[in-house]
Write a protein that binds this ligand. Structure first.
Ligand code: UGA
Length: 434
């Protein structure tokens, strides 16, 4: 099939490359000339495992020609289905800001005014229930001068891709959710995913757009709350001198709980859990419902970095002292620092007047933009050298491998937010929940 993907962020670029790999012909539309140029040169514009291979394979001079990028919306006219993968940032009150999606829908609608054949538009971005039906569809109708369900169809297909393993997750989905408010759009979406579903043997859930939208928030809300629940329990474990990981291993054996997402520590970050829980909480409040569980999940999460810092305070006063922050990305495998727990940790250290030396294998430049006054080390060993304390924020392999490097610290106080460090002898070691 001929597909267009509007937006070349983490999701748009990944699905465009993965769709091309499934055999579709894909054009990725973005306003950023640099990103478009990079894809057309066969170079991945973001750090995502496996993406470079796919882009090299399908775009660029030596590629299959099944993937290209452009800044021109007219490229959509030669495609049958368009996926809208634009950002959905947060307003100050945590609620979703749909303006970029609305602007994209408006441009897409105006483009579709020039198309005679049927076209299906699929919302891929995470949007509050009702957004596709009540906001995006009316814009497409107004701008195209056509009616949804007659000249074009609209669907909603949430993504469940984790940053760092997005290509892998695309190829091995635990489910494919297809939401549509008309049968023809649903059939088009099913055609797009057929090659994947046949390969991966994934269950397909066919539903309406509102339910598809809610499934995404329910999925992320549940997982965020699960991590916060194990963090809550982990904090209690710590108070009683119990290892939360031993407890998690045992309860994870219960099928009703499952062993995944039971790693307690400094909490969740990234662009998804924080933003999505905030958006659905704000949307619930707009409906006069108090989302107590999701509120609590957020509060537990917000407190974990403070707990890490206060464990450090129990051992050393870091005013004017060198402190190593190990790991800046919100999790290993990505250069994304959005809502990384490293941010409140750095702020807390700045408040204490510490001399911060941070290390991350790939996220340093992103963090430097945010905190230009912090020093950035080229290796964890350099960061540790002469430090009074080390705070472990991200469990990158080069951080979990640390051992003798702690010997060069001025005082070897190691506070671990991710159960990353094995060394115990000869250092003062504190785990956040163990
Ligand atoms: C998450 C979901 O897992 C994806 O299914 C979803 O598609 C994506 O959001 C999205 O909405 O786009 P992602 O944010 O990339 O994916 O990362 P996760 O691997 O889910 O981790 C989220 C955070 O939870 C990380 O900060 C991680 O360190 C933390 N976490 C996760 C824990 O603290 N403990 C755990 O046991 C698991």
């Amino acid at each position: 099939m001929h597909l267009s993907v509007i937006g070349s962020g983490y999701v748009g670029t990944t699905i465009a490359a993965c769709f091309a790999d499934l055999g579709h012909h894909v054009v990725n539309v973005d306003i950023d000339q640099d990103i478009v140029g990079s894809i057309n040169d066969g170079t991945a514009p973001i750090h995502e495992d496996g993406l470079q291979n796919l882009i090299e394979k399908h775009a660029g001079e030596t590629g299959t020609g099944r993937l290209r990028a452009t800044t021109n919306y007219d490229a959509i006219l030669d495609t049958e289905v368009t996926f809208l993968c634009l950002p959905t940032p947060q307003n100050d009150d945590g609620s979703i800001d749909l303006s970029i999606m609305e602007a994209g829908a408006s441009q897409l609608g105006a483009t579709l005014a020039g198309k005679d054949d049927w076209h299906t538009v699929v919302v891929k971005s995470t949007v509050i229930p009702g957004s596709t039906e009540d906001a995006i569809t009316p814009i497409l109708e107004a701008e195209s001068g056509k009616s949804a369900g007659e000249a074009f169809g609209v669907g909603m297909n949430p993504e469940f891709l984790r940053e760092g393993s997005a290509v892998q997750d695309f190829r091995n989905p635990d489910k494919v959710v297809l939401g549509a408010d008309d049968d023809r759009a649903l059939a088009d979406m099913a055609d797009v995913f057929n090659p994947l579903v046949a390969n991966a043997d994934a269950p397909v859930i066919e539903t309406n757009t509102r339910t598809a939208e809610m499934i995404k928030y329910a999925n992320n809300g549940f997982l965020a709350a699960k991590v916060s629940l194990i963090n809550d329990i982990g904090n209690i474990c710590k108070e009683f001198d119990i290892d939360a990981y031993e407890v998690a291993d045992a309860i994870g054996l219960d099928d009703r709980i499952s062993e995944q997402f039971l790693r307690s520590g400094i909490g969740w970050g990234g662009s998804c859990f924080p933003k999505d829980t905030a958006a659905i909480r704000a949307a619930a409040r707009q409906q006069d419902y108090e989302p107590l569980m999701l509120d609590a999940a957020t509060e537990v999460n917000d407190r974990q970095p403070d707990r890490l810092l206060s464990l450090m305070d129990d051992h050393v006063d870091v005013h004017d002292e060198r402190v190593a922050v190990l790991g800046l990305a919100f999790k290993p495998g990505t250069d994304d620092i959005r809502n990384s727990r490293a941010i409140p940790v750095i702020k807390g250290l700045q408040k204490r007047g510490a001399d911060i030396v941070a290390y991350d294998p790939v996220a340093t430049e992103n963090m430097r933009e945010r905190f230009p006054d912090v020093s950035y080390a080229s290796s964890p060993a350099t960061a540790l050298d002469g430090s009074t304390a080390a705070l472990v924020v991200t469990d990158w392999p080069e951080i979990t491998a640390l051992d003798d490097e702690f010997d060069s610290m001025a005082t070897p106080v190691v506070i671990d937010g991710r159960r990353a460090i094995d060394r115990r002898d000869g250092i003062v070691y504190e785990g956040l929940t163990w």
